[in-house]
Design a protein around this ligand. Structure first.
Ligand code: SF4
Length: 501
């Protein structure tokens, strides 16, 4: 008798092409060998079915990059999910009332003032604790890469780890590990002044040597001493909550800086114009010149254990792996198995066209700025040849290029561009805005980061995508160049570029 999806606990009746084979293969890996399995599964195979099916007989934790994908795991595949604390409201009545009154704000679990939240008399009703405990006990749990890298419970779980959109794991780990602090924050939290205002030749940053590392450690310890003695009463206030988060942030960074096995790159500089989303929410630093220090690891392999932890089997799924070697090396995986599956839709039904644009490199644009207009014209001519009601997406590699393309296409596309700049909104909300709109012929112009993978534009939501630019290492960025000059760095950079589409 044929094996059916329901035999694996899946709620659909028919297999998609390649799905059954992929599940059988992943099951064998878990049952026999354990270790690492790279699975290249094209869009349309239904990748989420794999961790779902494995959870029938294994303790599975799936990692995703975005909250919208996490919600999809919960809604469509009944995963027990846990998000970051800031996504859950605090339900301690006195605190909620006090915050509304004093700060006109709703406290979240990120503002929790208890060192051990179980000491709270509302802990049994606390939405964050409920979600966290449920996910920790569940055999079908999911969270973000960020949550997993910060949570001891998720790291120490045994069983099967499934990395969704695994090609993004390296980038995700690098950005999660970065320590970034501004002079505004130094002032706001009354921290000791920066130990450096300038680092590396021409101020472009450099690898941290032992002497510098020691100075950074002393400075971080001084910061911790300065803000470390906040009481539980301080923590109940908005300011105290922020201090507690900063304390945790510096403490985590100190762990990284003290670990001499982790090679670190440091840069100090002036913030010209920067939007950053992180621990402290979206911060618009505007155009006034302020200082920052950024410290980040050079090798992902030294921090990848934060995800893999004690898992018996790790399955890395992605629609675009190609040669898995560069990614395996980047993540410090020496021994692995790789399997790839054919695309369920024949090539003829998913055509790829070369519009014949020149390469939009920094050098080419500087030498001949007119090529941006030439590119816009080619894009416009292509769109003009499609049915007018088709919706689509144009992706490029920076916000500046998004703005340029928008201004060059605005009049020609006559009101069809509904997303065309960040406008202080997150990528997720821009994607949602595009999906929620029913406008015929709507076009989004945005950066490839965030829109490039893992999104589901069902039906007619997006009939075409134009890749107007892909991210390449910046030859003027010393960190990018330091990463390229590592053994295997250039191969990984090329691999990343291939996978960003
Ligand atoms: S445990 Fe913390 S976040 Fe949860 S209800 Fe109590 S005070 Fe609020």
């Amino acid at each position: 008798m044929d094996i059916m999806p329901r035999d694996f606990g899946l709620e659909h009746n028919e297999w998609r092409k390649g799905q059954k084979e992929a599940i059988i293969l992943a099951t064998e890996q878990c049952n026999k060998e354990g270790g690492f399995l790279f699975l290249e599964l094209p869009t349309g195979v239904g990748k989420t079915a794999i961790p779902t099916a494995l959870s029938k007989n294994n303790n599975v934790l799936a990692l995703v990059q975005t909250l919208s994908l996490l919600d999809q795991y919960e809604k469509e595949y009944k995963f027990d999910i846990v998000k970051g604390r800031q996504e859950y409201p605090c339900v301690l009545k006195e605190k909620v009332v006090s915050w509304r009154l004093n700060y006109n704000k709703e406290p979240t679990a990120a503002d929790c003032h208890f060192s051990d939240p179980r000491d709270c008399m509302q802990s049994s009703n606390c939405p964050y604790i409920i979600a966290k405990d449920k996910a920790a006990r569940s055999t079908r749990a999911a969270c973000t890469y960020k949550y997993a890298s910060l949570s001891d419970v998720m790291r120490d779980r045994k069983g099967v780890l499934v990395l969704d959109e695994a090609h993004l794991a390296g980038h995700e780990l690098l950005s999660l590990a970065e320590f970034f602090i501004t002079s505004e924050q130094i002032k706001e939290f009354n921290l000791p002044d920066f130990p450096f205002y300038y680092y590396g030749a021409g101020g472009s940053g450099d690898m941290i040597d032992m002497k510098t590392r020691a100075r950074v450690v002393i400075w971080m310890n001084d910061c911790i001493k300065t803000i470390g003695n906040i009481t539980v009463f301080d923590r109940m206030t908005e300011k105290g909550s922020k201090v507690a988060r900063m304390l945790q942030y510096i403490t985590c960074a100190l762990d990284m800086v003290q670990d001499e096995k982790i090679d670190l790159f440091m840069k100090c500089g002036k913030i010209e114009q920067m939007n950053t989303a992180g621990l402290f929410g979206n911060v618009d630093y505007g155009s006034k010149k302020r200082m920052y220090i950024s410290i980040k690891p050079l090798y992902v392999s030294r921090i990848a254990w934060r995800l893999f932890g004690k898992k018996d089997t790790t399955i890395l799924m992605s629609a675009t792996i190609g040669n898995p070697d560069p990614l395996a090396k980047e993540l410090g995986i020496s021994d692995y198995r790789f399997e790839t599956f054919d695309h369920p839709i024949p090539k003829v039904k998913r055509p790829v066209f070369d519009l014949g644009c020149p390469k939009m490199t920094y050098k080419n644009i500087s030498d001949a700025p007119g090529i941006q207009n030439a590119q816009a014209t080619l894009i416009y001519n292509f769109i003009k040849g499609l049915p007018k009601k088709w919706r689509g997406i144009i992706l490029t590699s920076s916000y500046q290029k998004v703005e340029t393309l928008k201004s060059l296409l605005k009049e020609r596309l006559n009101g069809r561009i509904i997303i065309g700049s960040a406008n202080g909104k997150s990528v997720t909300s821009r994607v949602d805005e595009f999906i929620d709109s029913d406008m015929e012929g709507a076009i989004a112009i945005d950066t490839i980061q965030g829109w490039g993978t893992g999104l589901d534009f069902r039906g007619d939501k997006a009939r075409f995508v134009i890749v107007a630019g892909i991210q390449q290492p910046n030859p003027r960025d010393k960190f990018d160049m330091a990463r390229i000059s590592r053994a295997g760095g250039r191969k990984y950079a090329q691999w990343t570029t291939y996978n960003s589409v």
